[in-house]
Design a protein around this ligand. Structure first.
Ligand code: NAD
Length: 229
């Protein structure tokens, strides 16, 4: 039985967008039908390496023209909701995009509402899970070779939105996706209304939080960082 081939358009042809586009291009299940970037030189360079699909400097225009099954966007973290809404408006089946999922709780909730109502699937790039190195760590912990693991610290260089969602993802994964019991975080975010403990220390810039019974409809969100399990 032949497998479906999905058409895909990629927006943001920087470092990540080029990686994604190359991977789609090399996968026989996908056909790269369009690429977009506001930077014309990046756009042309990327298109040349992808057998010259349709190009545009405007994502709305590109999606109107190529009507892809999949929208993949790799723009900066401040640009999430707008491209989610754009993909939904153009009837794509799946939106693949880069971490962080959103820059705020409200934005994340709006994204979830938007894609759920439209029945559109999404996937956020936490690709290291699929790497042999991280899978080996998971395997060692799960085997019990280290004994009972009661603390996992996640640290990274770089800015918070660059690595923090990766850290949360690994820590939850290594800990059998356990639900958080408590959380701490910085004082300057509205997220604190659901936090039990807070700290102004710059080293405590993130943590786990728990969905309390008083907030039954509040989903778990991967915002902030974590060092405590
Ligand atoms: N998963 C990972 O391991 C990983 C690693 C690095 C970066 N990222 C994420 O990937 C995203 C992109 O990072 P990058 O390093 O590729 O950035 P980049 O700056 O190299 O590329 C972003 C591109 O988006 C283009 N762009 C901006 N606004 C646009 C618009 N309105 N329409 C079309 N194109 C637009 C820019 O011109 C640029 O070419 C970031 O959100 C970052 O957090 C993920």
């Amino acid at each position: 039985m032949s497998q479906t081939t999905y058409t895909v358009a990629i927006v943001g042809m920087g470092k990540r967008g080029t990686h994604h586009a190359t991977a789609f291009h090399n996968n026989p299940r996908f056909q790269v039908v369009g690429v977009c970037d506001i930077d014309v030189s990046r756009l042309e360079k990327a298109a040349a390496g992808l057998e010259n699909p349709v190009t545009s400097t405007d994502a709305d225009d590109l999606l109107s023209r190529v009507k892809p099954d999949v929208l993949c966007f790799c723009t900066l973290p401040s640009q999430r909701l707008e491209f989610i809404k754009l993909g939904v408006a153009h009837g794509v089946k799946l939106i693949a995009y880069e971490k962080p999922m959103a820059l705020s709780t409200n934005e994340a909730l709006e994204i979830m509402q938007c894609v759920r109502e439209a029945g559109v699937k999404t996937v956020v790039s936490h690709q290291h899970r699929y790497g042999e190195h991280y899978q080996k760590v998971k395997e060692i912990i799960a085997s019990g070779a280290l004994g009972r693991v009661h603390t996992v610290y996640g640290t990274a260089t770089g800015w918070m939105m660059h690595m923090m969602t990766h850290l949360i993802d690994y820590i939850r994964w290594f800990n059998e996706e356990a639900e958080a019991e408590w959380v701490m975080g910085p004082m300057y975010t509205p997220l604190l209304i659901i936090l039990r403990v807070s700290s102004s220390s710059p080293t405590a810039c993130g943590g786990w939080w728990r969905q309390g019974p008083e907030l039954p409809t509040c989903p778990r969100l991967t915002i902030g960082g974590a060092s405590v399990v």
